[in-house]
Design a protein around this ligand. Structure first.
Ligand code: FAD
Length: 388
């Protein structure tokens, strides 16, 4: 059986649904083809089930891409305020958790329900359980699944990245881009916990569950947030953020005491210079167990002014070389993707293949932690939806 539409959208996640809504509202006959048994599974597990759906302070600097300018146009034309207006139209209760991050008060189901209702109102056709076997373009696009064929002059690829394969992530978007001869920036797992070497793990990992505010930095970027010790390494927002910029074998630097100077007390000649005095000083900045464990491994070898200056430096720039990451199984996003040079920044349409669009996470634009990835999904989806 052949189904004909004005546009086919592959993938019923955040970007695909927003694109379908925008195009449907403009009177386009749109179909969303989703291989899972329901839409928006990632929306449902996002933000710990409460969906951090946008960020009030969304700026181009909150995104990684080989082209830092690419995302600007779409982000400017569909802003956090646009999405908030939609959320408020539905009376969905939400709150700012921290740093501009907006979460649902109740559940991520509110956001998915809103998008599903909007799709319905915009007359969007949804095909679930539709595993795409082949895409061809004799004249218009022909998309084949096991038991149907779909045709349209426009095809939007919104199949996301490689993160969390167990809920349906596939390499489909990258494979399709290659089929049409488009360049891909090699993908890597982003917003992902880091693993430590066996030596570092034996030193710290039994402290799993303990967290501290730090500044994590690498590759010219830094994030001041919580770091969490895990059974295999390091996690928490500061580490997830910096992981997107980290590449093996480079180290990351961690400022363990961003609030101040640990060795200040030793400027007083009356302060005895020994570990018994240093321990409580560092404990003012870090949870006691982390502080003591770190000092066991980094105790000064002498107590000269120079040795104390060196120790202070080390505390503010603890250099640690992760063994790796927890990979796509645990990564919140996939960085890299379809090269932005291939796409129009205004419409997300391929320059070399008119009618073919890429939106959302499959594109080489990756947000920081904090609602930025959904904002990119909404903005890029809206950009393409308005161009269909
Ligand atoms: C645990 C977790 C929590 C997160 N929390 C947040 C958060 O709170 N805030 C935030 O901003 N970001 C968050 N993210 C990131 C965010 O979910 C993604 O960046 C966003 O969902 C990307 O949207 P997308 O539409 O491009 O891709 P997706 O949402 O991944 O949607 C892609 C869709 O395509 C379908 N698909 C894949 N292959 C095929 C195929 N071959 N045929 C048909 N369909 C296919 C998939 O089943 C899926 O439904 C989180 C991610 C994870 C993993």
């Amino acid at each position: 059986m052949i189904h004909s539409f004005d546009a086919l959208i592959l993938g019923g996640g955040a970007a695909g649904l927003m694109c379908a809504i925008e195009a449907g509202r403009r009177g386009r006959r749109v179909a969303v083809l989703e291989h899972a048994d329901r839409l928006g599974k990632k929306i449902l597990i996002s933000g710990g089930g409460r969906c951090n759906f946008t960020n009030l302070h969304c700026r181009p600097e909150n995104f990684l891409s080989s082209n830092q300018h690419f995302a600007k146009s779409a982000l400017a034309r569909y802003t956090p305020q646009d999405f908030i207006a939609l959320v408020e139209k539905y009376g969905i209760p939400y709150h700012e958790k921290t740093l501009g991050q907006l979460f649902c008060d109740r559940s991520a189901r509110d956001i998915l329900g809103m998008l599903e209702t909007e799709c319905q109102d915009a007359g969007v056709s949804i095909f679930l359980g539709t595993k795409i076997q082949q895409v061809e373009r004799p004249r218009e696009f022909a998309v084949r699944s096991a038991n149907a064929e779909f045709r349209a002059p426009a095809l939007v690829v919104a199949t996301g990245g490689l993160s969390i394969p167990k809920i349906g992530a596939t390499s489909f978007g990258y494979d399709l881009a290659r089929q049409f001869g488009l360049a891909i920036r090699d993908p890597w797992p982003g917003l992902v916990p880091l693993t430590l070497s066996a030596e570092d793990c034996s030193r710290y990992c039994d402290l799993a569950g303990v967290s501290a505010e730090v500044i994590a930095s690498c590759d010219g970027q830094q994030f001041r947030e919580k770091m969490l010790i895990t059974h295999r390494g390091l996690s928490g927002p500061a580490i997830l953020q910096i992981s997107s910029y980290w590449k093996k074998p480079y180290p990351i630097l961690i400022d363990l005491a961003p609030r101040g100077e640990v060795t200040a007390a030793f400027r007083d000649p009356a302060t005895p210079r020994n570990l018994n005095t240093l321990r409580p000083e560092l404990r003012k900045f870090l949870p006691h167990r982390v502080s003591d464990r770190w000092l066991d491994a980094h105790a000064p070898t002498s107590w000269t002014n120079q040795a104390l200056t060196d120790l202070e430096k080390q505390i503010h720039a603890w250099t640690i070389s992760p063994a790796g990451t927890e990979g796509y199984e645990k990564a919140e996003v996939t960085a890299g993707g379809v090269d932005t040079d291939e796409l129009s920044a205004k419409t997300m349409e391929c320059r070399r293949v008119p009618g073919l669009f890429f939106i959302g996470e499959v594109v080489d634009v990756t947000g920081h932690l904090g609602g930025f990835n959904f904002q990119w999904a909404w903005a890029s989806g809206a950009a393409a939806g308005r161009a269909l």
